[in-house]
Design a binder for this molecule. Structure first.
Ligand SMILES: [Fe+2]
Length: 183
């Protein structure tokens, strides 16, 4: 598959929690389909996820990304049509995700001026990347008819995700999923 990608964000010399560095890493991995294509599974019952070992992919990446890779946690996800996440954050992790196949729709909820919640939605085709800081709240869904694959990079590694419901007054936390317990 040939994917036309926008210019990758400039890798940052800042600490590895810099979102722009995570975005560069996510894009670099998303376009290297040879590194992960034969591992992808699609599951009807729930989204499929798999960790990518940084040691397995370092050889294929530009050395400028190796510092970012060192502390990153990398997930490969597949999304059948209709599959998606609830509204969630990533705890204190920053990160990025790049769409590698298909397309995903991202809904972001932020606190607007005056403290009221503000929503925005974006359709992300293959090659698009989003990066975020800690406490970013979003929902990602495959709203189209083709399976999708995405690469997610977190730094520091993901330890918990809070899930939310949006009410008029703002986000209401409805749950917490923890590494080692829920995934
Ligand atoms: Fe997320």
């Amino acid at each position: 598959m040939t994917t036309v990608l926008p210019p990758a964000p400039t890798p940052s010399a800042a600490p590895t929690t810099a979102p722009a560095g995570a975005a560069a890493l996510a894009v670099a991995l998303a376009i290297r389909t040879d590194l992960w294509a034969d591992r992808v599974e699609y599951r009807e019952e729930s989204r499929w996820t798999s960790l990518l070992d940084p040691a397995d992919v370092a050889h294929a990446l530009d050395p400028s990304l190796h510092a970012e890779l060192h502390d990153a946690q990398i997930w490969l996800l597949s999304w059948l049509p209709g599959q998606g996440t609830p509204l969630h954050d990533h705890g204190t992790s920053a990160g990025a995700f790049a769409v590698a196949r298909g397309a995903l729709t991202e809904r972001v909820v932020a606190r607007g001026a005056g403290g009221d919640p503000h929503q925005s939605t974006a359709d992300l085709a293959a090659g698009r990347v989003r990066f975020f800081g800690a406490h970013y709240v979003h929902q990602v869904v495959n709203t189209l008819h083709e399976p999708a694959v995405s690469v997610h990079v977190y730094a520091p590694r993901l330890t918990l995700m809070n899930t939310y419901r949006l009410e008029e007054t703002g986000l209401v936390r409805v749950g917490t999923e923890r590494a080692g317990v829920d995934w």
